[in-house]
Design a protein around this ligand. Structure first.
Ligand code: SF4
Ligand code: SF4
Length: 113
């Protein structure tokens, strides 16, 4: 299960996580075309190897394992998802499809409880 970057990255976007990621799966990097226009960075959900190296270097505690994403970001993700789908490329859309899947599973399990 991939790690995800949540709302605190917005306004910080210092790329400390990019520098430590061993598989270069956090985008956009400073040398990528959409770095200036994106408000935060995103982790590619299938390229991430779940090493956790990015978590301690984030100055604003924005990075979480998907299963540990705080509930308070759940209401934030639909807004991010709309923005991502309207302006982002495939790697960013993929991250939000992963979140969609998690939310679908939570809803399905809630209905069974
Ligand atoms: S958990 Fe590891 S592989 Fe995944 S984004 Fe962070 S540093 Fe990269
Ligand atoms: S280290 Fe944290 S604030 Fe900096 S770019 Fe990565 S997720 Fe965003």
């Amino acid at each position: 299960m991939a790690y995800v970057i949540a709302e605190p990255c917005i306004g910080t976007k210092d790329t400390a996580c990019v520098d430590v990621c061993p598989v270069d799966c956090i985008h956009p990097r400073k040398d990528e075309a959409d770095f200036e226009s994106e408000t935060q960075l995103y982790i590619h959900p299938t390229e991430c190897i779940d090493c956790g190296a990015c978590v301690p270097v984030c100055p604003v505690t924005a990075i979480f394992a998907l299963e540990d994403l705080p509930e308070k970001w759940n209401s934030f993700t639909p807004m991010l998802r709309r923005a991502a789908f309207s302006m982002a490329g495939p790697k960013i859309r993929a991250q939000y499809l992963t979140i969609d899947l998690r939310e679908s599973l939570i809803r399905a399990l809630s209905r069974r409880a």
